[in-house]
Design a binder for this molecule. Sequence first.
Ligand code: NAG
Ligand code: NAG
Ligand code: NAG
Ligand code: NAG
Ligand code: NAG
Length: 499
Amino acid sequence: MKSFTLLLLILSFILYPLPSSSSSLFKHRLLRTEPSSTKQTETKISYKTKYLQQNLDHFTFNNNLPTFPQRYLLNTDHWDPSSVGPIFFYCGNEGDIVWFAQNSGFLWEIAPMFKAMLVFPEHRYYGESVPFGSKDEAYKNASTLSYLTSEQALADFAVLITYLKHNYSALLSPVVLFGGSYGGMLAAWMRLKYPHIAVGALAASAPILQFEDIIPPQTFYDIVSNDFRRESVTCFNYIKQSWDEIASRGQTNDGLVQLTRTFNFCQQLNSAEDLSGWLSSAYSYLAMVNYPYPSEFMMPLPGHPIKEVCRRIDGGPPGTSIPERIYEGVNVYYNYTGEAKCFELDDDPHGLSGWNWQACTEMVMPMSSSPDFSMFPPYEFNYSSFEEECLKEFGVKPRPKWITTEFGGHNIHATLKKFGSNIIFSNGLLDPWSGGSVLQNISESVVALVTEEGAHHIDLRASTKNDPTWLIEQRATEIKLIQGWISDHYQKNKVIFDM
Ligand SMILES: *[C@@H]1O[C@H](CO)[C@@H](O)[C@H](O)[C@H]1NC(C)=O
Ligand SMILES: *[C@@H]1O[C@H](CO)[C@@H](O)[C@H](O)[C@H]1NC(C)=O
Ligand SMILES: *[C@@H]1O[C@H](CO)[C@@H](O)[C@H](O)[C@H]1NC(C)=O
Ligand SMILES: *[C@@H]1O[C@H](CO)[C@@H](O)[C@H](O)[C@H]1NC(C)=O
Ligand SMILES: *[C@@H]1O[C@H](CO)[C@@H](O)[C@H](O)[C@H]1NC(C)=O
């Protein structure tokens, strides 16, 4: 069969299964059917939307460059009026900030008890925070995109915090950073790069080690596969067998017509690879959001969604073909509400497409699929072909060593033990990104909180009445640690604050 490249570039989310040959690298992005028809459950949140003009390039003094408005959401309802209350700062990641704010209920829930100000800044080039006046202009070519980097984003955050502290006469307020996924990476890195600006960071599901030569490249897909295997070996095997079956049917036009019909696509499939990419995205996202209760982060889903997918894949009556089984299974992901009339391959409701550029420049995260342990088609990450795709797509050559040069990553334990403090790395082992995260305690104050049954930054989500004990305990530990950082800050600054 054709060798498939599965490449997953995202962080919080975008998965780009990378078909090797003809079809282009960035075809599959976050896909979702009928985004408008599915109702979002949202944490009750209220905020003012504000903008700060930021320098496009913090690291040069080029007068010819424009500034751009960075959007941020601000809530001061609970903030201590004596102006020393903490500032909780969510490091916005690769999408619309409102969406992240709605899915970070933990911050909204703990703000009153801490008398904290809440700030949700948007990451540059996402949502409304785009330079050059519009997303089209900002995403035009490699020159206009070249200010989309994590270093510039951290500098935006630092400038915004400094501005807010002055604006609110809050010079003594301790700043606590939060973030999930790529936002968690930013939170951890920001604590290390700007220790004078923030007292600590909760880095949830932050794969800061998912880079060249640090962890084995097959880690991510092995974890996704294990999440399916632990529910059902037959389900795992059906999925593993499905790729060949789909590839062989996809070789003829008739076969493609049939697959299009089986899977109810709105448009005729151009290749079996498109379908395989769409399926592997669903499996990977399912592993990320395999929460123990119903949720609507990526999609409206039941609790333990992988269990449900496997129940349907396994449950077809004898004689059900493998593609039909697979269709029944992924319907849980793409159509749990039952409202999708037909499926679109390409859809990006949360505006995550800028991640493609980031993945082709700094965020090179090698991913392979092992023939032995993975349910995905075998694939070995090939840097040369990755580079070719990036040159073709953006005219840019990736710098796979840059992130670890800039932020570290190799020997992280030894480095952070000596040098870091006040960082929580929280992870759930069901989350495929956990394999690229910090899972062991490094020092007294650089700690790993690991839950066996957790998925992608579940701790940042709002509490529910179905929260399992391990989650309640995890959040309690986080609160205790954050309280410690804050009291420490007050003590050092001789501030009296009654928390
Ligand atoms: C990118 O687009 C800008 C704005 O239209 C233009 O000035 C610039 O020359 C282009 N750069 C490249 C490398 O094509
Ligand atoms: C704070 O911001 C407001 C408007 O954003 C501005 O009018 C005011 O001058 C600022 N105050 C300080 C102290 O920077
Ligand atoms: C979604 O589910 C409903 C109800 O099961 C079904 O009628 C519909 O055909 C499904 N949509 C797609 C695109 O398969
Ligand atoms: C990697 O990709 C390059 C460029 O597409 C190709 O020439 C090379 O054969 C590939 N290497 C392997 C080991 O597949
Ligand atoms: C790390 O230390 C904390 C206490 O600070 C503890 O709760 C946690 O279980 C430890 N993590 C690991 C992975 O051992």
